[in-house]
Design a protein around this ligand. Structure first.
Ligand SMILES: Cc1cc2nc3c(=O)[nH]c(=O)nc-3n(C[C@H](O)[C@H](O)[C@H](O)COP(=O)(O)OP(=O)(O)OC[C@H]3O[C@@H](n4cnc5c(N)ncnc54)[C@H](O)[C@@H]3O)c2cc1C
Ligand code: SF4
Length: 516
């Protein structure tokens, strides 16, 4: 390090691995980057072992890339003796030790870390600066401004605004390509028996050393890992390889089977890009641009409805969730619209249940730290909502188990979209279903211990009675919702004996929930 008067310390968080950030354009010897593996990040949830390893391994590789580019980097490993295990103390110690005159960091995506660093910098006696991460399409407050004065928010109108603003799949300035904004009606089919999706591209990263350090530190984790063959992308090259694999092999059927569920097919036609995106190894713009370019190059191979469905997930849902998060936090994390109080069944942590759909979705999550959207929404999320589980418990599970789980996108999806704990900010109605929907979209029911067609009695599918119990106990909150009023007409027309039998069955299942 030189004896320059001005010396800057720049903090890089574990989900800020964006090598294209303007910070790295020039090598400046007066600047030092710091990255750290700290207990404040590993211990705030019971994380999946693959999630902890994924973050640390990607961080270590990012630090190595920076060093190879001749940047000054301080990397603090989990078990380093001088590790003070949280951002503020560690930065303060480095500032004193190396006599830094300036401190800089990029806007954290998590409210918790944002507040932590705000408090830290307010007490700093040196000059500090906060920069954008240069990753998202939107600014933190953009969604809030877009919906200013509106009582309800609608993803679809935000999505159209985004398409027009960024000229994505738009013609003549503000018209949707091919005449429609949304092609969802062409999507969402069950996977036919004769359709075998391509085997997912997985990597064989050796992360044994990191696993060893995690064990040495006695971190509490869930799930399993093959640390000699770690499957997730850990750097930009692997992330781009995964993107190309997706575009070549999965995008042509992405939309069609985006809601399908099949035992033993954990990835189907999904991209599995969420980890790379969320830690910023790749940007949403490059993902969308590459998918769109592939469509234009081969429109006969990739139909437009597949492309539009994918673009909507990223420029629509992903940015929408980020916007809701920054508009509604911190109150959002406390919302519990239905006043649910129940505990999460124990088998959410083991997958040991006789319900085939839940067993598959949970065991797959424990094995891969991954489940696709409909497994998260309509299997695990659906059951937790029907069972009246406290949203804190549901959030803790989702935040721990998935490799892509970072508060801003986990909580809005879980508490909002899945549990309707926000009373309808993210979604306009709760996503609940009986076995009918699960059987329509999956092949789980055929081999299940429970009978999908039975509502009451021995081996009746628990979803069937819990579904009506949910509507019954929440009538005061939901009956006026125009999107579900119809369900109450069905419920009210049911014979009193049938209703009583359904509620008795549901009460029995709720009482014995850990044995289901
Ligand atoms: C209860 C619940 C919890 C969730 N928790 C998370 C989470 O912690 N982290 C996370 O990244 N996503 C979360 N999601 C959203 C979604 O399920 C995942 O983004 C997706 O399954 C990741 O797999 P993929 O990359 O194969 O996605 P694909 O199906 O291939 O979709 C492509 C990309 O679109 C984006 N995307 C799609 N749907 C959403 C959405 N609803 N919100 C935000 N981005 C979306 C993701 O970046 C994803 O990588 C959650 C959804 C539910 C219902
Ligand atoms: S019968 Fe019920 S519990 Fe079994 S797989 Fe189908 S929906 Fe799930």
């Amino acid at each position: 390090m030189t004896a320059n008067k001005n010396k800057t310390l720049r903090l890089i968080l574990g989900d800020q691995l964006n090598i294209n950030h303007s910070w790295y354009k020039n090598v400046d010897d007066s600047v030092t980057f710091v990255m750290m593996e700290v207990r404040s990040e590993t211990d705030y949830a019971n994380h999946h072992i693959q999630k902890v390893i994924g973050f640390f391994a990607a961080m270590q590789q990012f630090a190595a890339t920076l060093k190879a580019l001749n940047h000054n980097v301080i990397y603090i490993y989990l078990n380093d003796q001088n590790n003070l295990q949280c951002f503020d103390k560690q930065c303060e110690a480095l500032i004193i030790k190396h006599k830094f005159t300036h401190f800089e960091y990029q806007q954290p995506d998590e409210y918790r870390v944002d507040k932590h660093l705000q408090q830290f910098t307010e007490s700093l006696k040196i000059i500090y600066k906060v920069l954008d991460t240069e990753h998202f399409y939107t600014e933190r407050e953009e969604l809030g401004n877009f919906f200013k004065g509106k009582k309800t928010y609608l993803m679809e109108s935000f999505y159209r605004y985004m398409r027009k603003k960024h000229q994505v799949l738009v013609v003549n300035g503000d018209q949707p390509l091919h005449g429609q904004w949304n092609f969802d009606k062409d999507n969402r089919e069950k996977l036919p028996k004769d359709n075998r999706p391509i085997a997912p591209l997985v990597f064989s990263n050796d992360v044994l050393q990191i696993e060893k350090e995690i064990k040495k530190a006695k971190l509490k984790t869930i799930g399993t890992v093959d640390a000699k063959n770690f499957i997730w992308p850990l750097n930009r090259v692997q992330s781009i390889e995964l993107l190309h694999f997706f575009i070549e092999h999965c995008l042509p059927l992405f939309g069609t089977f985006q809601d399908a569920m099949v035992p033993d097919e954990w990835s189907l036609y999904h991209s599995r890009l969420s980890f790379s995106l969320n830690v910023k190894l790749i940007s949403p713009k490059e993902v969308i641009d590459k998918a769109i370019a592939a469509y234009h190059a081969e429109p006969n191979k990739i139909q437009y409805n597949q492309l539009e469905g994918f673009v909507r997930q990223i420029i629509g849902w992903r940015e929408y969730m980020r916007g809701i998060y920054w508009h509604k936090m911190p109150a959002y994390a406390e919302m519990n619209f239905f006043n649910h109080e129940n505990k999460l069944p124990d088998w959410y942590w083991t997958g040991k249940t006789k319900m085939n759909c839940l067993k598959n979705a949970i065991q797959q999550s424990l094995q891969f730290a991954y489940a696709h959207h409909i497994q998260r929404l309509m299997i695990t999320g659906n059951f937790a909502l029907l069972a009246g589980v406290h949203p804190n418990e549901v959030d803790a599970w989702y935040l721990g188990i998935y490799i892509d789980a970072i508060d801003w996108v986990e909580i809005t999806n879980t508490r909002g979209m899945s549990q309707f704990a926000d009373g309808g900010i993210v979604g306009s109605k709760p996503y609940v279903s009986s076995a009918t929907y699960i059987n329509k979209m999956s092949s789980y029911c055929g081999t299940c211990y429970y009978n999908k067609a039975k509502k009451t009695g021995e081996k009746a599918c628990p979803f069937n009675s819990l579904y009506w119990d949910f509507y019954d106990r929440n009538e005061d909150k939901l009956a006026k919702n125009p999107r579900i009023g119809m369900m109450y007409n069905v419920w009210r027309r049911m014979k009193p004996d049938d209703k009583a039998a359904l509620l008795t069955q549901a009460a029995h299942y709720l009482k014995h929930i850990n044995e289901l």
